[in-house]
Design a protein around this ligand. Sequence first.
Ligand SMILES: [Ca+2]
Length: 291
Amino acid sequence: MTMNSFILLGLFLGSALGQECENNQESFGAFCYQWSILADGVHNFWEARQQCLNAGGDLASVGTIEEYNFLAETHYVEAHWLGGTAERAQNGTYHWLDGTPWNASVAQAAWGDGQPSGGNQHCTAWWQSEIGKWDDKNCDTYYAGYLCKFPKRDACTCADNESRFCDRDYTCTSYRACESGQTITVSCPPGRKLDADNNCVDPVTLGPPCNWNPNCTGVANGNYPSDLDYCRTYYTCAGGSLTAMATCPDQERGEEQTFDPSVGYCRPAVEVCAPCGRPEERPPTDPPCQA
Ligand SMILES: [Ca+2]
């Protein structure tokens, strides 16, 4: 593909660039952090994450003791989601959604009194009951607070007549470069994302993390597993458009629930094939799980 194949929107001089973190963000190390409270319309864990992704970051990970100490000091009274989750596909082992390695020493220092309490609680939050500590919560708990984390962006300062690539944003929708000594930002048109060569392409052709937007174009009506959490969240396509995104209930009638891609809805994990389910009691009417 050539650059002529694309309509490049948003080409403008980046006069406001060069600031490491926004005014409403905290700065620590290579990252900016934003504590947010939204009064309505939010948030279970996945909706909170979507807010961060939309803003060009992710729900916060905490990789080191130093980072934890910094964030614990800036945490104030309110619960805030952060990006640790223990998906069933990983046998309940905690991990950070942004790929930061889970640090057991940090977690030991961070969990609040009696946490993680486990059970149907698979998502992490800053705890309103013990400021600066973590609680594991049911991922569908309503919290208005969430903590987003953004990689710092270089100033992208351009020398005279310099032409070079600077960086691309976390959502794979724009990049910055020096062109003839000036900073430019190139944004993809709606629905397109940057590939490895910074060409704007249909995101369905890309691997994660750039392709998390469900693409329903030409897709049959139904429910499909989400890249965000293959076993828990799913999206709905109808008439070629994305119409809904939902999370399986942790439990229903006492049964642990997971999304079953073979049927397109949530059902007890014991009836679903691996990796989401534990198919010991899969009904004989269902096709057998593949070995
Ligand atoms: Ca808990």
